[in-house]
Design a protein around this ligand. Structure first.
Ligand code: FAD
Ligand code: NAI
Length: 466
């Protein structure tokens, strides 16, 4: 028996995890429903995350070139370079609209039934939509994503103390922006507003920026950000706020000393948390962990029969491409195929200038785990294309097994590192060695040649460095 509200698969959440799962389910011939409460599909990533932030990073880089570097490059701009923030935001909104519209079209054309509203589990394969409509599915995939984390002593008000949701849409350039957290969001959006003229102060309680990377990589990045005018305070703990001369200040503590930073806006970027509000988890007997995650087995199965979970609400990095891969894998598993995600080879990128990208294990992690490794490094100061492109801030680092030469990880700081990292990812996916990298022909001149050189450097055989 088949009716309009009975499905083989129903997915709650239309972000990169959910919509990709829906498309793969439909491709595999499963009758699929997709429930999303936002008007547009694409989730955090397309609406308020990956995509709008990258649009702003792009336009702000163009502004910096025109305002500060054009003349030295021989590009004479007659008259003053000025910023029209309204146009910047309109352009960003257009990019988001184009992409969410595109996903909407894909979902429609695949014959997926879209339900517009909040989905809530009712048990027995039933889902209520906005408490008005009910659908039933043999398999349910939870892909409800994540939301912002608050600091208890610095509650967000959406006006002055804000999250990335607001910091991608300020209607004027804040004079003083204090960013709490030197992770992906803090560094990306801190860069955007610094480029547009804010005085940006980044406060981080760990000893370094971009904490997931090796120390040498973080140090190189920090130096580069400081050159761009960002003021960065590591080893610094934010403790609250106070008014000084009628102006809001963020109060922090560094080595026992109190610091105060005047702030017109404060961006809290200290991580995200799984979002499962009003999802009806108790009706199916699922209890989230104390940090709010939904526990799953190796096949994305929750503790409830027929209910699976993927993306930011489950363990692993909170990244769009990780959610997408899980979406594909779970769809294939439900269809009786062997879905698989290779968690050892998930790239991570921070899209600053220069960009930083990494995959696999770091040198520090190898040390912690007692894995003997050989490390090859190549600085971009020795790369012709980087010199010709004013892009010598950076390096490539390859971490290979000391015994087998197999590549275990790689990190890149470079203009375009986000694109370059795919080469290391692909070599790792096929079990490649550092020698394989070093013997792969690279087009000259490209910044990617630094990857080949770093591969050679693992055996001290780099050509263009000592
Ligand atoms: P989400 O994208 O959060 O989607 C979940 C969806 O479910 C949402 O649309 C929500 O409205 C919906 N939903 C929730 N509950 C219900 C319900 N009960 N009923 C109906 N609908 C519901 N990652 C990268 O890989 N690269 C980047 O460059 C990057 N940049 C980012 C920049 C910012 C500023 C932010 C905030 C995040 C960024 N991320 C980036 C992270 C990325 O956005 C997430 O990892 C990704 O969106 C997770 O996908 P998801 O499908 O698990 O969840
Ligand atoms: P994050 O986890 O990347 O960084 C948070 C930073 O804040 C850490 O360095 C942490 O040490 C610091 N911190 C935590 N509490 C603090 C405190 N009280 N005072 C000072 N510093 C403190 O989280 P972020 O940047 O908020 O991003 C959230 C999620 O979104 C991440 O999982 C990230 O992967 C994802 N994302 C990914 C992007 C990308 O792939 N380019 C871009 C933006 C977000």
């Amino acid at each position: 028996e088949s009716s309009n509200n009975q499905f083989e698969v129903a997915i709650i959440g239309g972000g990169p995890g959910g919509y990709v799962a829906a498309i793969r389910c439909a491709q595999l011939g499963l009758k699929t429903a997709l429930v999303e409460k936002r008007k547009t599909l694409g989730g955090t990533c397309l609406n308020v995350g990956c995509i709008p932030s990258k649009a702003l990073l792009h336009t702000s880089e163009q502004f910096v070139f025109a305002a500060h570097h054009a003349a030295e490059a021989g590009v004479e701009i007659d008259g003053q370079v000025s910023l029209n923030l309204e146009t910047v935001m309109k352009k960003k909104d257009k990019v988001v609209q184009q992409l969410t519209g595109g996903v909407d079209m894909l979902v429609k054309k695949r014959g997926i039934t879209r339900f517009d509203g909040h989905g809530k589990l009712l048990g027995d394969g039933k889902i209520a939509i906005d408490d008005k409509e009910e659908i039933t599915a043999k398999n349910i995939i939870l892909a409800t994503g994540s939301s912002v984390v608050d600091l208890p002593f610095l509650p967000q008000d959406g006006e002055t103390i804000v999250s990335s949701d607001q910091a991608i849409a300020f209607d004027s350039v804040p004079e003083n922006l204090v960013v709490i957290g030197a992770g992906a969001i803090g560094l990306e959006l801190g860069s955007v507003w610094a480029r547009y003229g804010s005085k940006v102060t980044v406060v981080e309680f760990l000893p370094k920026v971009a904490a997931g990377y090796d120390d040498d990589v973080s140090k190189l990045l920090e130096r580069s950000f400081k050159k761009q005018g960002l003021s960065i305070h590591t080893n610094t703990k934010v403790t609250g706020t106070k008014e000084i001369d009628g102006k809001l200040n963020v109060v922090a503590e560094k080595k026992g000393k109190e610091l105060t930073f005047p702030a017109d806006k404060v961006l809290v970027a200290v991580g995200r948390k799984p979002y499962t509000e009003n999802l009806g988890l108790d009706s199916v007997g699922i209890t989230p962990t104390d940090r709010g995650f939904i526990e799953i087995d190796d096949h994305f199965k929750t503790s409830a029969d027929g209910i699976f979970a993927i993306g930011d609400i489950v363990r692993g990095p909170m990244l769009a491409h990780k959610a997408e891969e899980e979406g594909v894998a779970i769809a294939e598993m439900i269809a009786g195929k062997a879905g698989h995600v290779n968690y050892d080879v998930i790239p991570n990128v921070i899209y600053t200038e220069p960009e930083v990208a990494g995959v696999g294990i770091t040198e520090a992690q190898a040390k912690d785990k007692g894995i003997a490794v050989k490390v090859g490094k190549f600085p971009l100061t020795g790369n012709g294309r980087a010199i010709a492109s004013d892009a010598t801030d950076g390096m490539v680092k390859i971490i290979a097994c000391a015994e087998t030469d197999k590549i275990l990880g790689g990190q890149i700081v470079a203009k375009g590192a986000s694109e370059m990292i795919s080469e290391i990812v692909t070599h790792m996916e096929y079990g490649g060695s550092a020698e394989d990298l070093g013997r792969t022909v690279h087009a000259h001149p490209t910044i990617s040649e630094a990857i080949k050189e770093a591969g050679l450097a693992v055996d001290k055989a780099a050509i263009h460095s000592l």
